[in-house]
Write a protein that binds this ligand. Structure first.
Ligand code: SAH
Ligand code: SF4
Length: 358
């Protein structure tokens, strides 16, 4: 149940209120102490036991003896030329690196968080896939990405509006920690951040989609589709060999039936692969029974990969074909390309630099 224990100390940040109360009663603290500590950590975002001024010195000593506060060491920050995309590189307790991306549109801020260090799924177009998979992130490590950036924004009187699990990793392969982090962020005594403002993006992990269908009604679901043909998906997304388009479609129709939620489909446009006219018509046919939004994303080039971004004209033509058939569709501007803001690329660059330095 308790993760991330260091020298037998419990990671206090990853505990929801109920668990905190339970553990506090075991270590000799009062249940109301849990409300106070939860407020310092998840509402005030203060991560120093000595600053918990409404807790007696004795109890603070118990906290220090029994619990530890995980940290996220900020390592690098890059801002795109237009200033709308900012990338944060963080170091974890085991010195592994993860990243979060802040995308701003006027005063609306969306944070793209990581759920794992690396990813096991090996999509051929994705920078994260070229890194070594290390492990799932703990609940607290997911929370800290949010808290760090929330603190950063609060210095200029602003705050986060949305959170998307579209950074490094496959969130449905770290289901429990992702959902627990969302629940803690959602709790009234914490950030009170609406579940409707979260989106989980999956490459198509069917058991995860099924569990999510049963358990979660408010969090948004996005699917990395990229093609509706098994032959193409098999080539670029190995996960399709395990769960193909047919099983994905069945699971999503069930999700839609049970939740009534609109699904977002992410579709990367890759030249000569998935954005010809016939691909648009096949996509339209696939979408027929869905209430959805299609998010077209021009491919963000990854060093060493053969894929190309289609011309602006081709992107627009593909968009128009969908639009003409009344598909709810957006064409994303390629944002933050100058800082390589696609999935995983800051970390790759950093590792390459450090290799070069040696
Ligand atoms: N593993 C999850 C979430 C993280 S990836 C998933 O695959 O859905 C988040 C999104 O970034 C996915 O839609 C993914 O396909 C997309 N992506 C990955 N590499 C990209 C690239 N080079 N250019 C554009 N989008 C990319
Ligand atoms: Fe993993 Fe998503 Fe990248 Fe595929 S696109 S390798 S699932 S992070």
């Amino acid at each position: 149940m308790l993760q991330n224990n260091v020298n037998d100390k419990i990671d206090i940040l990853g505990l929801n209120m109920e668990k905190m109360k339970e553990v506090f009663s075991i270590v000799g603290l009062k249940k109301f102490n849990a409300s106070q500590v939860f407020d310092w950590l998840h509402n005030k975002l203060i991560f120093d036991f000595d600053k918990f001024t409404n807790i007696s010195k004795n109890d603070r000593e118990t906290l220090k003896k029994k619990f530890h506060l995980p940290i996220l060491e900020y390592r690098a920050h890059q801002i795109s030329e237009d200033g709308d995309t900012e990338k944060f590189l963080f170091e974890l307790k085991d010195r592994k690196l993860i990243e979060s991306v802040l995308i701003s549109h006027k005063n609306r801020h969306t944070l793209c968080v990581s759920s794992q260090i690396g990813c096991l799924l090996g999509c051929d177009f994705c920078a994260t896939a070229t890194m070594k998979y290390e492990r799932n992130l703990d609940t607290s490590e997911i929370l800290l990405q949010f808290y760090y950036v929330q603190n950063y924004l609060s210095e200029r009187g602003e705050k986060l509006g949305n959170v998307v699990f579209m950074g490094m990793g496959e969130p449905f392969l770290n289901y429990d920690n992702v959902i627990e982090a969302i629940n803690i962020l959602n709790s009234e005594k914490g950030q009170n951040f609406s579940k409707r403002n979260f989106t989980i993006s999956t490459s198509g992990i069917i058991p995860g989609i099924k569990k999510f269908t049963e358990e979660e009604r408010q969090i948004n679901l996005a699917i990395s589709l990229h093609s509706v043909k098994d032959s193409v998906r098999n080539e670029i997304m190995p996960i399709n060999k395990k769960w193909n388009i047919k099983s994905l479609k069945e699971a999503l129709l069930e999700y839609q039936k049970k939740t009534g939620n609109r699904i977002t489909f992410e579709y990367i446009l890759i030249e000569d692969l998935n954005c010809e006219t016939k691909d648009a018509f096949e996509l339209i046919a696939f979408l027929k029974n869905f209430s959805c939004l299609v998010n077209l994303i021009p491919y963000n080039p990854v060093i060493g990969k053969p894929y190309k971004t289609p011309s602006k004209r081709r992107q627009r033509e593909f968009y128009d074909l969908l639009k003409d058939k009344n598909v709810n569709v957006t064409l994303r501007e390629t944002k933050g390309q100058d800082i390589a803001a696609a999935c995983g690329q800051l970390k790759v660059k950093k590792e390459m630099n450090s290799l070069n330095e040696k």
